[in-house]
Write a protein of this length. Structure first.
Lengths: 216, 216
DNA sequence: CTCTCGGCATGACAAATGTCAGACGCGGAA
DNA sequence: TTCCGCGTCTGACATTTGTCATGCCGAGAG
């Protein structure tokens, strides 16, 4: 918020890019901070170890770019991104993930995330991507994008997904029925339908498949 | 600290500690290498992104300490440690892990691993622990140790564990029976027994519990 | 040696699950 | 408007799964 030239054009940086780093693994976060600090146009202004903490830090320091791990205690990267989008529209979000499951990418993009990359990336590349995101561009890792496209959209209806989600911890049908306020027969029917659509052997295998593809 | 003493005694370092770093996440590995390089008594001589690669690098460079991620493609940290123990007895192994499950710690110690720590650790502490391990001491993260002790040993018999393992992907009993060369009735009996011992609702919940505790 | 205990193995029965045919309401196409 | 397709919901029926009582065998105690 300084002079006139603050259009979203990518041409000339007017100052260091202010970064928020959030990852629950201190070792990784610290190492990453040290490495990004070597780039003289990047500046780490805040670090966080959980979803809520990331949000609080963002409010306090108003970073230009938030680099968020996908899996964090409290609230995952996508949830944080959603809140951030509403509270700090000027802050771009970049998600890094260890083992990216296809569905997450879709959710992330819907939440307004500008970048999505795996951790199998050099720090050099990460720095470049941070600059690109700050400049207003998007970047999605090609391999993750290919996975997401090949796995496609969820074929499950809302109820099917809901019931499948209640089945994740191996609960019996009666309990699912009660928690979903449905007849046990109906629950069986939805589960059966979901199992068929996913081409699974039974509902437990279906749960596994749906989780792998990020559909629950 | 320079004179004659080149025995394997733990007292005085005679030169930089030569490190092998193995982690499938390039970003983390690179950042870690950079950070450890700041310590002038530590020297990263090799890096690897998978289990087999770690083994090959170890043979080629003969490091003093191998810092291995627990989850890697090809072969996990414990398997690599086992091979290393046999081939390079002089090389101490330190395992780092993101989400440590109790059973892994036990397996690791049985494989001759000297250190076991989570990634929620500062680089400073990691460097200290690397030195301790190199000096011949052991170090196990207190919290992980507590988890391992509280969860205790597996109460499952060999067959029970075997059958439970075949049930991980939700296969029907008939298939498990065929793969284990048992009668379907026997398979049900083992599963039932395992479910009871683990205090689970059904076998799928039992599989989940056993995996969480590292018993399968 | 004999007894007892624990792991291995099996089949019968009860309970939970998967499958099926069908009813209702809603929104788009004919 | 009328019809058709789709999602929602239900109960009846066949299959699969969980539980139980029981037998066999080897190891260690008495």
């Amino acid at each position: 918020m300084t002079t006139s030239a603050e259009t979203s054009a990518a041409t000339a940086p007017v100052g260091p890019v202010r970064l928020l780093l959030a990852d629950d693994e201190h070792l990784i976060r610290g190492a990453l901070a040290a490495l990004l600090a070597l780039e003289d146009d990047l500046l780490v202004v805040a670090e966080a170890a959980s979803g809520p903490e990331a949000l609080a830090m963002a409010r306090a320091h108003v970073p230009d770019v938030a680099v968020l791990d996908l899996q964090m205690p409290g609230a995952d990267g996508v949830k944080v991104a959603t809140s951030l989008r509403a509270e700090l529209p000027g802050c771009q979000v970049l998600i890094v993930t260890g083992h990216g499951r296809p569905g997450h990418l879709k959710r992330a993009l819907e939440a307004g995330v500008r970048g999505f990359v795996p951790k199998t990336l050099s720090a050099q590349r990460l720095a470049e991507i941070i600059r690109a995101v700050h400049a207003g561009n998007r970047y999605v890792d090609p391999e993750l994008a290919a996975d997401a496209i090949s796995s496609g959209d969820s074929p499950l209806t809302a109820r099917e997904a809901e019931v499948l989600e209640l089945a994740v911890d191996g609960a019996p049908v009666a309990e699912i029925a009660e928690r979903a306020a449905l007849s046990p027969g109906t629950v069986r029917n939805y589960l059966s339908s979901a199992v068929t659509k996913l081409g699974a052997e039974n509902r437990h295998a279906a749960v596994r498949l749906a989780r792998e593809r990020g559909w629950v």
